[in-house]
Structure formats: C-alpha cells, structure tokens
Design a protein around this ligand. Sequence first.
Ligand code: ADP
Ligand code: MG
Length: 319
Amino acid sequence: MSSEFDLIRQYFSRPAPDAILGAGDDCALLQVTPGMLLAVSTDTLVAGVHFFPDADPALLGWKSLAVNLSDLAAMGATPRWATLAITLPEVDDEWLAAYADGLYRCAAQHHISLVGGDTTRGALCMTLTVMGEVPPGAALRRDGAQAGDTVWVSGCLGDAAFALAAIQGHLNLSDTDFATLSTRLHAPVPRVALGLALRQIASSAIDLSDGLLADLGHILERSQVGAELDYTQLPVSELVHDLAAHPAFDRCVLAGGDDYELCFTAPADKQDAITAIGASLGLRLTAIGQISAEAGLRVTDGDGLAIALDSVGYDHFAS
Ligand code: ADP
Ligand code: MG
C-alpha cells in the first residue's frame, strides 16, 4: 500500500514536457502562448452518479479526461494542460495503474499534459480541470447563434443512451452490438479537431453531454433565439436506426446524454466549408435544422408536424 506521496509519484507524475514545471512542487508553472486566451473548464465525476462504482478503471481514466476535453473542443480551444483532483476510498494499486493508463492514453492522444492535482481519501470521485488556448475573438461561444443560421451536429445521436438503456435492462442487444454502443458510452472521443476547424466557421457551439434538446437549449437561451429541427435529419448509427421501433428511441436520440458530439450553428453560406471539414476529418457532420428569431425549440417530422417534446423528458426551455 502506497503513501499519498508515493501514489502521486507512482501514478500521476509522468513527464509534462509542455509545462515549465509539472507535478511535484507547490504549483505547476505554465507558459501561455503570448497573445492567446486561456480557456479553463472543470468537470467532476462522482461514483454512483456519473459512473458505476465498479466501472473499468482504464475506461474511467479515459472518460474523466475526455469529457473535459470535450468542453475545450466545444470552445474551439487547443488542449494544453490538465489537473486532477482525485478522491479514493482506498489505495488499490491495480485500479490506480489502470486508471492512470487510461487517463494518460487520452492525454497523449489529444496533446494535453497532466501538470498537477490533489489526492484525498473518501468516496470515489474525480475532478479534472483542463486548460487550453484560443485566439482572442475565435472562441466558439454559446451566445453567437443568429436567426437563419443552420444547426449542425457531429457524429451520431443516441448511441450512449441506448448503451445505458441496455445496461439498465431496457433492451437486449447481441454481445457485439452492446460492445459497439457501450464503447460510445464509456470511451467517448472528444471532437477536438472539429472544434479547432470550426473556429472561423461556427457562430456558436456546445458539446452534447446532457442530450441534444437540453444542450441546444443552452445555445438558444444564451443567443436569445429559437430553433426548428427536422426529426428526419437527425443522424443515428445503423445500430440505433435498427432500434427505431423501441419505445425509448425518441428519448435516446433527442434527449439522451453522454454522446459528447458537438452541436454548432453556422451561417448558411458556410455549408461547403463544413462539408469539407467533415470529409477531411472523416467525421459525419449533419445539418439538422435552422435557428429562428422567435424563441422556442420545435422538432418537426418530415411532413412538418410538430413532435411533442415533453414526451421525451424534455421539460426545460426558457422561452
Ligand atoms: P500540497 O500539500 O502542496 O497541496 P500535494 O501533496 O497535494 O501538495 O501535492 C504534491 C504535488 O503532487 C503537487 O505538485 C500536486 O500538483 C501533485 N499532485 C497531487 N495529486 C495529484 C494527482 N492526483 N495528479 C497529479 N498531480 C498530483
Ligand atoms: Mg494538495
């Protein structure tokens, strides 16, 4: 069993070449690129609330950083540094080694350095703070959507929510199908490259952690606009498409959380540029609707008929 000091040294002190000084002193020392703004975001994952207490620690390590990177992506920021405040019920070396491996794997893939943190004993919980850089005026804020803009979403919707539904026993999937969907739930890919590519293109952006309707709702609220979405355009994976008859389909696709895709708005004349970005990133980017001047979020089917949003558990929208 390691002491707290050994534990930090053993698991969370890998080299941070991007820092002047990383973990080990009273503070990390970081050099922000001159002329850039620092983008900072914090997210906490609590056992039993945000993940199952017996979750695979390597996946948890990945996810705890990935969901924070997703916020940098949604801001159009380049990832630079992260800190980790972790609370552990006990020192379990096997668990810690796997958790650290997952975390550093995600960090390496997205070029972010772990430069410090805090380690305490208590109920399992982890708080990551991520820092990134964005040129002044280039950040993808929530308050920039304009009437007439197109609403876009990356990737597919509902995979993570269906994985959770399967775990909770609400549907049966084959082992391979379950593996595919649960990878989306447990190992989300933050859309960092997309966020960077959208810097000069998107008028607003948000990452989808709480579900399309709720998260787009934040853009609408902050931008003081409304939106009309075309239900028939919502992008779903083949697997979720095959679940179209399932009673939870609308809820999973429209209101399911944890997909960590980006929802963004852009002027209509940016369509070709966005299509080119999708092609160069190998990422599906789908136009799903339009921003309107009048407040409110409406989802219509192919015939223009409105879909009742309270039926999918969507009850929050400040009009
Ligand atoms: P202090 O008592 O000054 O707060 P700590 O003992 O909490 O110092 O931390 C010692 C060093 O280890 C600090 O540089 C801190 O940033 C780093 N550190 C502590 N916990 C973690 C962690 N979970 N991940 C990364 N670095 C950590
Ligand atoms: Mg401390």
